[in-house]
Design a protein around this ligand. Structure first.
Ligand SMILES: [Zn+2]
Length: 328
């Protein structure tokens, strides 16, 4: 995400010791709640559709996918590292039972024409016939902002939501009827090459939204959820001021139901992120789940030490709860 400077919201720098303690605390909480450690018989796990599917989302599995994204290094649009990250996402989605459509396009950027590729994933049935069942989009950008002066790996800004979206694909596959109603989208080129303007940034979501509009598919979608910067160990979701009201209420109800309402607040401003083209170009109500109170935003400090499995688990579970309640 790349929009508003937030100097006034920056918290005091935390010490290395505190980070270590928080890290240990997050790890131990995670191991207690991780459904992967559940000792149910294997057959039961495979066959039954979980009634409370949000409990299947594993923060630790999501975290290990975040680690994999970060290990590819800085991943700006058009880079070899992003191509490698994309290849991993594609094979992992397929392994989880999803059909992947690479949506390639040429973006006109301040640095010239650049090839970009969104990844669209759909579930169930033959590929040719499976573009009509989706009612909700869940998306994340998977590129990172390009810097010439620092090595920017975007552990929170890029990798956190991408890793969590991959974990979401694993969990949704446990409920095929629900999965068939979801379109997962990994947006390329969210970050501006120079700075955000109407024509620099949000390349992938602008292209995807225009395709939905032009193909007529936009009409089949009830709403969209965009994840961005959801891994901060100090989780405070700052829902943009202009979020669609019913989506805000539904999401907060799910947060309340899972006892994490305190992690959410309404931001004092709108946000320019991948939900905007979905709202304005495709006319699909879209909400941005983003934690913009983040000291390390667009700095070399946006590394894995900032990200916790517990935060990923919180957002994954709340989103799944909201999806399940919205798509009975
Ligand atoms: Zn960013």
């Amino acid at each position: 995400m790349a929009r508003f400077a937030l100097q006034q919201l920056r918290a005091p720098l935390r010490t290395v010791t505190l980070l270590l303690l928080q890290s240990l605390a997050a790890c131990s909480q995670e191991s207690k709640t991780d459904p992967a450690s559940d000792a149910k018989p294997k057959a039961a796990q495979k066959q039954a559709v979980p009634v409370e599917i949000w409990k299947e989302f594993s923060g630790s599995r999501a975290y290990s996918e975040v680690e994999k994204q970060v290990a590819f290094g800085p991943r700006p649009a058009g880079s070899q590292a992003l191509a490698e990250a994309r290849a991993h996402l594609t094979s992992a989605l397929r392994a989880n039972g999803w059909t992947v459509e690479p949506q390639a396009f040429v973006a006109q950027t301040p640095h010239g024409a650049l090839q970009m590729i969104n990844l669209l994933a759909r579930f169930g049935g033959p590929a040719a016939a499976q573009t009509t069942t989706q009612k909700v989009i869940v998306g994340s950008h998977y590129d990172t902002k390009s810097f010439s002066t620092i090595s920017f790996v975007g552990a929170n800004d890029g990798a956190s939501s991408t890793g969590a979206l991959l974990e979401l694909s694993r969990v949704l596959a446990l409920d095929p009827a629900l999965a068939a109603q979801i379109e997962l989208v990994f947006f390329d080129g969210e970050e501006a090459l120079q700075q955000f303007t109407e024509t620099d940034g949000l390349y992938g979501s602008r292209h995807y939204a225009a395709q939905l509009r032009d193909s007529g598919r936009a009409a089949q979608f009830k709403f969209a959820v965009v994840w961005d910067m959801i891994g901060d160990r100090n989780l405070t979701v700052t829902l943009p001021l202009d979020s669609p009201k019913d989506l805000t209420q539904g999401l907060l109800s799910s947060a309340e139901a899972l006892q994490r309402r305190g992690a959410f607040r309404i931001f004092d401003r709108p946000m320019l992120d991948d939900h905007v083209p979905l709202n304005l170009i495709a006319h699909i109500p879209a909400i941005d789940i983003i934690d913009f109170e983040y000291d390390a935003w667009h700095t070399a400090d946006d590394t894995l030490t900032q990200v916790s499995a517990d935060s990923l688990q919180t957002i994954g579970a709340i989103t799944l709860h909201f999806l399940k309640k919205s798509l009975p």
